[in-house]
Write a protein that binds this ligand. Structure first.
Ligand SMILES: NC(=O)c1ccc[n+]([C@@H]2O[C@H](COP(=O)([O-])OP(=O)(O)OC[C@H]3O[C@@H](n4cnc5c(N)ncnc54)[C@H](O)[C@@H]3O)[C@@H](O)[C@H]2O)c1
Length: 318
């Protein structure tokens, strides 16, 4: 049994990771400021004696240190806290400075002071920027992110790399694209379900529906992150995703419509991207990870179908 700290532990991915670690008998301390995450997300864990939750701002070194308090023997930090509303970060860059970068900075300060050796970081495909049709593998460059979120994730990666040189025993960098499943806190499927709940006869889509992206189910993501954490080495950096080229926004809109409100008509916008900072189309290589023996259990299409059913059940109770 080892003791793990999850920042952003009441969020979508953090809650799934906590469930997985607890199932294997580990101890988990989840810390979240509840800016987006919700207590209900981790409600099913609160009776587990190996689970603890504390509310704190992980970008505030002293608040984070106080939240960890007397918790003993933490060996691993899974840093999941970040802003997950990319358009909000474009409108106000301070959101990503605080939630996406300063959380990393403060976590590293606390890890150094407390001599916590291992960091596992949720980075993003957003660090790459827009490579169009070129296959994106881990060594491609130059890295020119087009959102403040991507910029602050890349800055976080750089800060972590320097910390490996100075004091960390190990860091894993997970670069993944869109992750879907429940408990959903954000994302295109949740947006569509909310829109159809408000206007059951009409689904307005941002962009013209041709944006094509890879989607990974959260169960596959958690399995991949834990797989990478077992690979020997001081610094591991992997793209994580399905092996296909993804599905279009129009396929997602139709799948949500068919499950949530079959009689609705779908109305597309005119732009090829959903918002400023959105990468409309990209091809993502996960060969490095596949070569270590991991493989996704679902394609993008299967992940979307499963997540739509899960999110409609979450939001509409059916
Ligand atoms: N979901 C995706 O598609 C996706 C894709 C690539 C990368 N990621 C990254 O994975 C991680 C988890 O994402 P998610 O989808 O679970 O998002 P989420 O919003 O559900 O979870 C993030 C959590 O961090 C918390 N948080 C934000 N700022 C905080 C702060 N200053 N202090 C403490 N807690 C704070 C939020 O309340 C939230 O619960 C994030 O780092 C995100 O950038 C997610």
């Amino acid at each position: 049994m080892t003791h793990h700290l999850i920042s952003g532990g009441a969020g979508f991915i953090g809650a799934n990771l906590a469930t997985s670690l607890l199932k294997d008998g580990h101890r988990v301390l989840a810390i979240d400021d509840l800016s987006r995450g919700r207590i209900e997300t981790i409600h099913h864990l609160t009776n587990n004696p190996n689970f603890d939750f504390r509310q704190a701002d992980c970008a505030d070194r002293d608040a984070l240190d106080a939240a960890i308090g007397e918790a003993e023997g933490i060996t691993d930090v899974w840093h999941m806290a970040a802003n997950s509303d990319i358009p909000a970060g474009i409108a106000d860059p301070r959101i990503d400075l605080h939630q996406t970068f300063m959380t990393t900075f403060a976590i590293l300060e606390v890890m150094k002071a407390r001599e916590i050796p291992n960091l596992h970081f949720a980075s993003s495909s957003a660090i790459y920027g827009d490579f169009g049709e070129t296959m994106i593998h881990e060594d491609i460059g130059p890295l020119l992110p087009i959102s403040n979120y991507g910029a602050m994730k890349l800055a976080s990666e750089a800060q972590i790399r320097a910390a490996v040189e100075a004091f960390l025993s190990r860091a894993d960098i997970f670069r993944f694209p869109n992750v879907i499943g429940v408990p959903a806190t954000h994302g295109v499927i949740l947006d569509f379900v909310h829109k159809l709940r408000n206007t059951p006869e009409e689904l307005q889509v941002l962009g013209n529906g041709t944006q094509q992206k890879a989607y990974l189910h959260v169960d596959d993501l958690v399995r991949a992150m834990r797989h990478i954490a077992e690979i020997p080495g001081r610094y591991q950096l992997f793209n994580i995703g399905p092996t296909d080229d993804g599905v279009t926004v129009s396929m997602i809109a139709e799948t949500v419509r068919d499950v949530a409100s079959p009689s609705a008509s779908i109305i597309f916008g005119e732009e090829s991207r959903g918002w400023v900072g959105d990468v409309p189309r990209f091809r993502y290589s996960v060969d490095r990870l596949i070569n270590t023996g991991w493989e996704p259990s679902l394609s993008s299409q299967e992940a979307v179908q499963r997540a739509v059913a899960e999110i409609v059940a979450q939001e509409m109770g059916r």
